[in-house]
Design a protein around this ligand. Sequence first.
Ligand SMILES: Nc1ncnc2c1ncn2[C@@H]1O[C@H](COP(=O)(O)OP(=O)(O)O)[C@@H](O)[C@H]1O
Ligand SMILES: [Mg+2]
Length: 260
Amino acid sequence: MVKNNLNKRVIAVVGKGGTGKTITTALMAKIIARSKKYKLFLIDADPAMAHLARVLGLDVSKTLEDIRDEIIEVAGRKITEEKEEMVRTLDYKVFDALVEGKEFSLLAMGRPEGPGCFCPANVLLRKSIEVLSKYFDIMLIDCEAGLEHINRKVIRNIDTLIMVSDSTIRGVQTAEAINKVSEKFTKSKNTGLVINRVKNSAETIQKYAEKVGLKILGLIPEDPYITELDNSGGTLKDLPEDSPTIRAVEKIIKNIGIEL
Ligand SMILES: Nc1ncnc2c1ncn2[C@@H]1O[C@H](COP(=O)(O)OP(=O)(O)O)[C@@H](O)[C@H]1O
Ligand SMILES: [Mg+2]
């Protein structure tokens, strides 16, 4: 029941650190996968706090950073043919690092530690997004905090940008800044704000967001089950299907035009 590619979607999730980008991405993945309508692909593009796979209960054995290490190794040997071969087989190598789950596939960027090379991490990430988006209906990218991926045009070819904010004016101000640069550096036609960890009401924040021209895609409640995950190291798999959080994220998915 996999849809054809007429409706291919590339969605990036961005925002300040700790606002809930990874949780939002993971919840969206869980719900989209459940519909069984799409070939879904996830990218964990946060090198500092890479835990998308863990939250979803997947093991990552190879990352994009490992591929970069192989490239550095070959580059260091200065053998031209080998270097050319490396560039030719880059697509294949990226596939080699995919974690193939039952419901979706995932690629983790990993943490850059080694020396620089002719193929910096962000260039490799941009290339991977380009190559892999051809093979999936929906790609979800859990970005690193801040503006780096947008400014460096790593996520230039997205069609949807989800900015996640906590329930503070500061968070929404960050989204405001992201919104401005995204108009310049991405092709997103669908940019909007998700306010996360809403306790009672988010009225003041919502009003502020609307006043500065941000489209609100939805609100996600503060969820004690998610807090518990941090303590227990559990995964989102067992989150109750009827939880207000799941319903909130279903609405967000519909608001960006994805049928469930
Ligand atoms: N709706 C929520 N309810 C309770 N805790 C949340 C919620 N969203 C996120 N958290 C917690 O906030 C922290 C940061 O979330 P995370 O998704 O890792 O943020 P980011 O990826 O933006 O850095 C985590 O400890 C997470 O469990
Ligand atoms: Mg994160």
